[in-house]
Design a protein around this ligand. Structure first.
Ligand SMILES: [Ca+2]
Ligand SMILES: [Ca+2]
Ligand SMILES: [Ca+2]
Ligand SMILES: [Ca+2]
Length: 286
């Protein structure tokens, strides 16, 4: 059982069936705060801001609903080297047990998506329609949304994001932000960026020092699906940031660098290119 140790409800924030009104307990601190996903658990103690439809969908059509599928975007992964709850195909640390699925978002409820993913000042919002977020930058602009609240869990937090994109030009980028300033682009923003230039595609950690440890790949006009897996350690000062890129299901390229971690929230940017995001799987590793 995927949820035997922690309980699916706890991991997915579906509420405590033994204490259905726990979030409304007047003695609880910060009770009656915002409850974006309307599951009865206020955002400040809700480990997963996703709708019930997100949990009951089956993105990869493997007969395991998203809410209990430890690998929600990969059907029937076979191997699990470390024997933890997460199969290798979507395990950010496949030889280190302890990874846990924290939340699966598929943006099924547009009202929730619009409340959680807010545009940055001066940038274009991603639009939500059922089951995707769409980033449509202008010819010269950037479309960015940043989560209105932190999605980080204990220890290391990993974001696994399957993008589709349409590269109209040689120049453009898709970025998964690990921590970014919700108010405005900042030199301290850090994330995982895939970008095209005239001759190559580059991918790596984007952070205060620029694109750290970039990996290069010859241009391939046929690339149109991209999975970015980015991990960040919570609460550290200088630590390791890992970005993993999987292009069209092909070779996995990994970029690792050490950064001073700024405060900030997860988000997404599309520059020049149209980006579509089908879902977001958040994992933690206490
Ligand atoms: Ca909630
Ligand atoms: Ca599934
Ligand atoms: Ca594993
Ligand atoms: Ca692991």
């Amino acid at each position: 059982m995927l949820c035997a140790l922690t309980g699916c409800d706890a991991v997915f924030g579906l509420g405590d069936p033994a204490h259905p009104d726990a979030a409304l307990d007047p003695d609880a601190p910060d009770a009656l705060l915002v409850d974006l996903d309307e599951d009865g658990t206020s955002d400040d103690i809700d480990s997963c801001l996703a709708s019930s439809e997100d949990a009951t969908g089956d993105y990869d059509i493997d007969m395991m609903l998203n809410g209990v599928d430890a690998c929600p975007f990969n059907a029937n992964p076979l191997n699990n080297t470390d024997g933890d709850d997460i199969p290798n195909a979507c395990d950010p640390f496949p030889s280190s047990p302890g990874d846990r699925s924290r939340c699966v978002m598929t943006f099924a409820r547009t009202k929730l998506a619009n409340a959680l993913w807010l545009p940055r000042t001066g940038e274009i919002a991603w639009t939500s329609s059922p089951n995707l977020l769409l980033g449509l930058p202008s010819a010269t602009g950037t479309a960015t949304v940043i989560a209105s609240t932190s999605l980080e869990g204990e220890g290391t937090t990993t974001y696994h994001a399957p993008f589709r994109f349409d590269a109209h030009s040689r120049y453009g980028s898709i970025t998964l932000w690990l921590r970014a300033d919700p108010a405005a682009p900042s030199a301290a923003d850090i994330g995982c960026r895939y970008m095209g230039d005239i001759t190559n595609e580059r991918m790596g950690v984007i952070g205060p020092m620029g694109l750290g440890d970039p990996k290069y790949q010859a241009r391939n006009a046929g690339v149109n699906t991209l999975r970015i897996t980015g991990s960040v350690v919570t609460g550290g000062t200088t630590t390791t940031v890992t970005c993993r890129f999987d292009l069209n299901g092909g070779p996995v390229l990994t970029s690792v660098t050490s950064e001073v971690l700024p405060p900030g929230h997860a988000g997404f940017s599309a520059e020049h290119w149209e980006g579509r995001l089908d879902g977001l799987h958040v994992l933690d590793h206490p």
